[in-house]
Design a protein around this ligand. Sequence first.
Ligand SMILES: Cc1cc2nc3c(=O)[nH]c(=O)nc-3n(C[C@H](O)[C@H](O)[C@H](O)COP(=O)(O)OP(=O)(O)OC[C@H]3O[C@@H](n4cnc5c(N)ncnc54)[C@H](O)[C@@H]3O)c2cc1C
Length: 288
Amino acid sequence: MDEVLLPTTVDELVEGRAAHPDALLLAGGTDLMVAVNAGTLPVPGVIALRAVDGLRGWRREGDEVVVGAATTYADLLAPDVADLLPGMAQASRTVGSPQIRSTGTLGGNLGTASPAGDALPVLVALGATVELRSPGGTRSLPVGELLTGPKRTALAPDEVITSARLPVARGPQQYRKVGVRNAMVISVASVALAVDVEARTVGVGLGSVGPVPLPAPDACAFAVDAVDWATGALHDPGAADRFGELAAAACSPIDDHRSTAAYRRHAVRVLAARALATACPPATGAAA
Ligand SMILES: Cc1cc2nc3c(=O)[nH]c(=O)nc-3n(C[C@H](O)[C@H](O)[C@H](O)COP(=O)(O)OP(=O)(O)OC[C@H]3O[C@@H](n4cnc5c(N)ncnc54)[C@H](O)[C@@H]3O)c2cc1C
């Protein structure tokens, strides 16, 4: 195949994918074209997602939001969806520049499966699932099962990502990242936090500190006890620091050209502590 397919429906896309499993799937192209232009990626053909309306946008289904794979970061910053998914909106705001946010998509972030992808820790913190379609039907995977390693996914050759399913926020959410500068930069470390005041749970996702975005179950269990669920505040202001330490203990970072493992672990400790202290500010007068 030395051609470009331009499906207009999800069914056509799935059919085209099955017929051409080697072709490159092109969403916004903000990752893909970097590799193509560098000459590091053979191009046996292209299937463009641009005209598949059914992959773009979001809808609410009960207590969940279903976000189409071709939905851009700019789309996710619209106030109506940002109200339902505030952590995702915060993460989207940190991605690249306005041009990248207008073009790059959630499905592309998942497809690239970089440990630094900004949407991914949010999906982990929220316990999101990802929907995949092939001619055999639809399957749904927790995000932690889809992402199997750096730049590796459990996607079968005939599958496409069609959407992600995220719970509607039922409490404060935070996304914090550090990079080598303040803007237009891939993260050196990131932390997503989702507090659910109805279920009385806390979710965490850590970015750039492991081969895939990582959960931090010990930190989450600690936070559940540290929050006064009647007020949403921390019982003890010192709990945020302990939470940060437990989040840092969940990391398995590496040294690379962007940072050292030690700095990454330190950054997670600080980011996680700040995220919890902001989401659940200690009550005034609480013991230090
Ligand atoms: C200047 C610049 C700055 C950037 N800054 C950031 C940043 O701050 N944070 C960040 O996280 N990323 C950043 N990126 C990376 C990129 O913008 C994101 O990863 C984006 O989400 C990729 O989406 P896309 O639609 O452009 O994907 P594409 O480049 O089109 O595709 C990426 C990969 O996903 C696959 N894919 C796409 N859609 C699907 C689908 N529906 N099903 C299966 N596979 C699919 C493609 O085949 C490809 O392998 C930056 C990139 C650039 C060039």
